[in-house]
Design a protein around this ligand. Structure first.
Ligand SMILES: Nc1nc2c(c(=O)[nH]1)N[C@H]1C(S)=C(S)[C@@H](COP(=O)(O)O)O[C@H]1N2
Ligand SMILES: [Mo]
Length: 300
């Protein structure tokens, strides 16, 4: 007998996947797909830019655990088991432990956050995430005074993640934030998008979203969160420190060694649409004070 999983104790709308919703609707089991939408409050942090389509957001992905091509994650992530799911929370916290996802979601104030999303490869999207502030979870586990950074890790399960059979990256995928970045209200743990549970290719069942940083900081399918007193190792910085810094704030004045970061291509905009200017901090100016006194061309 297995114990209760997070989907057993989470309101159905929070975990039903799109396929189940569509199948259920077709079979008349669910009145309308809309009935299964996650109820989430609107947020003043949302952009009023027009979101990309569900199809664009779920078929043009970076998720190297499932392959290197943009279409690989949609094809290969279907068989990823996301229930049961637990997250190990440790390091400098008052209440370390292995938390079932249901416990993490129990009192999480879900909001819709429509964010601009800028990949370091110079493409961008607008994505209507569903999630809650990382600061809410950190408050729940109790951050100890010596903590200065938060380190994250993605699941390692090569049987279900074919990219992990290769050495395209040094697994697990790792990311990190300074504690004040992690506590900023723009920083969320996302569990869905377009009112539906997170599609596997977008980092089910729970992933980070930090909208003022290049997309690779927004680590997917998280199984470990550790509070540390030293700057954690991060995947792309380990891979190529000259090209990818720890901070990786979106910055149109600091070019990637191999391409310009001054402009970006909005995915789905069509071949006649021009490139858009990239904005400092991806337009999220309210984070500028976090970096007061730093030279962002050196601390990139
Ligand atoms: N575990 C993991 N997280 C990851 C990645 C990855 O390869 N593995 N790719 C990153 C990159 S480069 C980007 S641009 C975003 C893409 O997120 P999306 O596919 O949901 O748009 O996920 C980030 N998080
Ligand atoms: Mo990216």
């Amino acid at each position: 007998m297995r114990g209760l999983n997070w989907s057993d104790v989470t309101p159905k709308a929070q975990w039903l996947n799109r396929r189940q919703v569509m199948a259920g609707a077709a079979a008349g089991l669910i009145a309308t797909p809309a009935a299964a939408k996650i109820e989430a409050a609107k947020s003043r942090y949302s952009t009023d830019a027009t979101p990309n389509t569900f199809s664009e957001i779920t078929t043009y992905n970076n998720f190297y655990e499932f392959g290197l091509d943009k279409g690989d994650p949609a094809r290969n992530a279907r068989l990823l088991t996301t229930d049961p799911w637990s997250v190990q929370i440790g390091g400098l916290v008052d209440r370390p432990g292995t938390y079932d996802l249901a416990d993490i979601l129990k009192d999480a104030p879900l909001e819709e956050r429509i964010y601009r999303f800028r990949c370091v490869e110079a493409w961008s999207m607008v994505i209507p995430w569903i999630g809650f502030e990382l600061g809410h979870l950190l408050a729940k586990v109790g951050v100890q005074p010596g903590a200065k950074y938060v380190a994250f890790e993605t699941l390692v399960r090569p049987e279900e993640m074919p990219g992990q059979m290769t050495r395209s990256l040094d697994w697990p995928y790792r990311e990190g934030l300074r504690l004040d970045e992690a506590m900023h209200p723009l920083t969320i743990l996302a569990t869905g998008l377009y009112g539906e549970p997170m599609p596997n290719q977008n980092g089910a069942p729970i992933r980070l979203v930090v909208p003022w940083k290049y997309g690779f900081k927004s680590i997917k399918s998280i199984v470990s969160i550790r509070l540390t007193d030293t700057q954690p190792q991060t995947t792309w910085n380990m891979q190529n420190p000259r090209e990818y810094g720890f901070y990786s704030n979106v910055n149109p004045t600091v070019d990637h060694p191999r391409w310009s970061q001054a402009s970006e291509r909005r995915v789905g905009a069509g071949i006649f649409a021009g490139r858009e200017d990239t904005l400092m901090f991806n337009g999220y100016d309210e984070v500028a004070s976090l970096y007061a006194g730093m030279d962002l061309s050196k601390d990139y």
